[in-house]
Design a protein around this ligand. Sequence first.
Ligand code: 2RA
Length: 335
Amino acid sequence: MRVGVIGATGAVGKELVEVLAKRRFPVTELKLFASTRSAGTKQKTPFGEITIEAYSLEAARHLDLALLAVSGDFSKAHARALAAEGVAVVDNSSAFRLEADVPLVVPEVNADAIGDHRLIANPNCTTAILVVALEPLRQAFGVKRVIVSTYQAASGAGAEGMAELERETRRVLVEGQPAQNEVFAHPLAFNVIPQIDSFQPNGYTREEMKVAWESRKIMGMPDLPVSCTAVRIPTYRVHGEAVTIETERPVTAEAARAVLAKAAGVRVVDDTAKQQYPMPITATGQDDVEAGRIRENPVFGDRGLDFFLCGDQLLKGAALNAVQIAEKMKVGVPA
Ligand code: 2RA
């Protein structure tokens, strides 16, 4: 397959190349595209050293697969044109996630939605990590409502966010100076910020609403009540999520643990006697979403469950999910 990664110098773009190699995606030619600023520079990859190119339709139209890790504006401007050329396109931005003619896919949940589509949207990282655990619980017990509080890593803001966290932390610890922020709304080092993306008229942030909108679409539950509080914390690349669900049918922690233990894409880490539970430090670099602290929630009688998830934001939350989608698309088949 002739594969292009567009936005190849960003945190997700670099991870996409690594995931293609790790999953032995049948790459015969790899093209890396980025901004004109990076064009001409070389990037070391598992496929050899590759010179970055500035994106043009002309340079990309011969590809079989294009993985986009660029801004929503760039995707809006270019993704449909590329798909119209017959290229299979997986877009990581929010540009098409809620468009009726573009499937929004987490393969463990709704791979069937891919069909013959040439353009597939990859969900927001927080959503992908959530639904991979929520769907098996829905199938087993039904889900009536969802309340989630997130603990989101700096990587959600890309390579710049990770660099800012590192710079700020050094500044405070090594230089004894106050942290200085540019990427985040406030200093992130030694802080938590209960704002990710812009505020909406209903008081939620856009990130929080994405979790509701996208979970409903992926799970095919347009009326599912979802309330999210999204918080940025000073970790590097794993998002944590404290989840409460009300179920349709009675649920026990033991039964939920058994369901999640069998679920694809989930690894149960839940042995409180050994102080084992999901943490960014153990979930970093892992494909599976860790699920633990599984317990019955008495607020909902015998139909409530609390649990904690940790998923690598750059993997299941972005690059891994995108490549899993590509694996299920009709790549290289004429439109
Ligand atoms: C974040 N989910 O964590 C958003 C975008 N990747 O910032």
